[in-house]
Write a protein that binds this ligand. Sequence first.
Ligand code: BTN
Length: 257
Amino acid sequence: MLDIEKFDIKLDTEIIGRHFISADEVSSTNSELLNNKEIYDSHGTVFFAENQTEGKGRKNKVWYSVSNMNLTFSILVTDFKFLRRKVNILNYAASLAVALSIENLFQLHTELKWPNDVLIGGKKVAGILMESTSFGSKIDRLVVGIGINVNQPSFPGKFIIEPTSIRNELGHIVERERVLAEVLNNSEELMSNVISSSSIILNEWRERCRMIGERITVLSDGNSKRGIFQDIDENGFLILRSGDKTETLHFGEVSIR
Ligand code: BTN
């Protein structure tokens, strides 16, 4: 079980994680925060679960995580005073927060894969799933769901990107409480800068994305597109160049080929 006291001592935020819910088992931490508007309404609430029975990954995939070994949690965002136009940058802030935390705590080199996978040595250590509900045409509630493989030793099954954990890369078990607190500390700092410093966030993200400049294939909605990964634009969308044509892609699965 997560030791809340240990975690709390290391938490250095004003808002994110100050309202913290820890559960043994839920279907999905994202769904808990999104669907229970009357219970959870304060901006920055964090919902953590030791086990998810229906953990969700991007593109309707399942997120498997062995209970009590990893981190699966979601951050509620309801304060949109200034955020609505830059919502997509939150994705980048969150993946950067995870990457920086792993680098700072364990001196492991991380890479970022578009749009928001965190890799170590080409293997996936964390993923982010942002989901929202709308009121009319405006986003009403948004959750940033983060799954980090911390101490899981093996990953049976078939994966598009081979998974790994911090433990496997370091060679020893690590304290989950420390990782969680560090990720929330970095998330608060980066997320609060989404408007004023979105270009800094995107530049830091670019520095860690080794696919920029490479020939890639992007799979989206059953279509496959090839070209050079030219850059990400100011909203974080992928700019794909094929010959003298460029195209902006909003989602998809990128691979080098
Ligand atoms: C991906 O890489 O496909 C995204 C994975 C996101 C998983 C996290 S775990 C906590 C939160 N709750 C969910 O159901 N999914 C996200």
